[in-house]
Design a protein around this ligand. Sequence first.
Ligand code: FDA
Length: 312
Amino acid sequence: MLGDAASKAFFHTLAQSAFLQRIASRYGMASPRSFARRFIAGETADEAIAAARAIQAQGLLLTLDYLGESVATLAEADAATREYLRIIDVIVASGIERNVSLKLTQLGLDVDKATCVDNLRRILEPAQRHGFFVRIDMENSPYTEVTLDIFETMWQQQYRNVGVVLQSCLRRSEADTRRMIALGARVRLVKGAYKEPKAVAFQQKDEVDAAYVREMKLLLDSGNYPAIATHDPAILDTTVAYAAERGIANDRFEFQMLYGIRRDLQSSLASRGYRLRLYVPFGRQWFPYFMRRLGERPANVAFVLKSLVREG
Ligand code: FDA
């Protein structure tokens, strides 16, 4: 069995394979038994809306993520932006919660930063008008500073319907947590999904977890409605205990989890009166996201292999 870091690195490499991504898009999630469906709500906005309605019926909150990242041309960035604008309209018409997540490399950050910022503004405008909250996901460490910079630019331009993500695996994140608290920005705290070099990131799980707990406490004490995004039962218990000890009401923060992961913990938290938001990804570009989920838990690979055998 691969070790944690090795499996993350292996699946990170697969996630970046354009060839495999093309095959995955062509093969699609056509089979209802496809294992990818456990983590991805579907390929179309309609499928995502149907999943969202089911989530809301369970009393949970949600954010929709139209999958896509690392686009290589301005035309692709424009297409992704237009798709987000369409999704905003679809969400408004459907009546589901108005909350989306997106990635800056999906809006052209690798091609031209100024265009990426324009594209983000094109989305934030109508999003603000329609009362949406927009979360900018955090990608791997070469994008950390530029993502926070772009976020701060939007913030200074009075876009307040937008939030950011910090990853506890990064050594810099404790300082970034204080930076975002000083700004009054809404932070989603995660451990970090990418394979990162030793120079910038903790390599041991206990270091990443300890940093997570330190940053969670900072955010609960002084942050603006932070999102504690993890499926780690020990950290969830620590957060619940810390909030109780400090008298922090349940409506001053929320928990977040990924669609299809640890449904047992999802319902346990919700039934105890905590706010829980599910991150609901959808779209044809599901392959890199799916590979990251496999890399987090090598046991998932066994399920994939079994489902392939069943389908074969
Ligand atoms: P950890 O990896 O320690 O897992 C704890 C437990 O959760 C495991 O023991 C297992 O039970 C379960 N689990 C975790 N992953 C699983 C999987 N793939 N399949 C099955 N079970 C699994 N990252 C990032 O870099 N940028 C971002 O913007 C985001 N955004 C984001 C939003 C939300 C709402 C969540 C919950 C997470 C993210 N992430 C993210 C991903 C995050 O960085 C991290 O990779 C995953 O949440 C897994 O880490 P845990 O905190 O769950 O802990």
